[in-house]
Design a protein around this ligand. Sequence first.
Ligand SMILES: [Cu+2]
Length: 317
Amino acid sequence: MSSVASKLLVLSAFAATALAHGTVSGFTVDGTYHGGFLLDYYYMKQNGQTPPETAGWYAENLDNGFISPDSYGAPDIICHKNAEAASSSVKVAAGGTIDFHWTAWPESHVGPVITYVAPYDGTIDKATLKWTKIDAGGYDNGEWAAIKLIGNNNTWTTTVPSDLAPGNYVFRHEIIALHSAGNENGAQNYPQCINLEVTGSGTQTPDGVVGTELYTPTDAGILFNVYSTITDYEIPGPALFGSGDTTPTQPTPTAPSSSSTPEPTTVDESPASSSAPYGLSGNNGEVEIEESSTVNTDLLMGKKFSKEWICVTGFGS
Ligand SMILES: [Cu+2]
């Protein structure tokens, strides 16, 4: 057997058993589930059918793939490959929660989970959307946010800041896989966008940054070796909403009088993790074929098309 043939056999064995990457196939707003954009909808469109309208953005990451750091300055980093804005949206109250449901996520793909918002008015031009980070999980209590997400049934919950001004927003939810990020251009960004209309009486409309300026390939949290001893991990991207760095802060009383009423805290934080630390393994200095995922579209309108995406990971020590 030729070495090419034997490699192909190995690859198909991996394809049969490997964990695929995911997309956000749906989301739950304050307890109500809403379907999102599905990759099948791409093929429906190709075949002249009309896919269901959802608040999830259209994108062509048909291989469940990612955006690389060398593309951070190009439009695909905004809402994934060839993304187009959804035409509908779902309402969420400021202070409410959104659960982003991922179809799958491999345990090897450790990294942060981040949610941004960008306000819009009328027609959406993704290039001009200005993003503000409202929620972020990095490496806490010995556990990566992506592992916490897996442990929560492939779901990440983001709380909408209670003081966010009402209006139309695009929510940009993203996992950044860092398993190869010790090498430059090794990080993998998986952004997903959903339109949500925020309701309430908040007054804060933060001025964020455009998607093509969110990250650079050498950011501390992008070029990062997860196989070293981690003492600190700096989540990439602009400052968190409400942290005082991007939004005007209200003057806070430093010495409240004895007669004043205590103010409720408005800081939005994810609940602390109580899970056991996640152990990393596989640091053997070799290049491994870690996994692959197959998009098989036999079922889709009889159009035979199969695309295999191989995730090759080089481990450094
Ligand atoms: Cu992968």
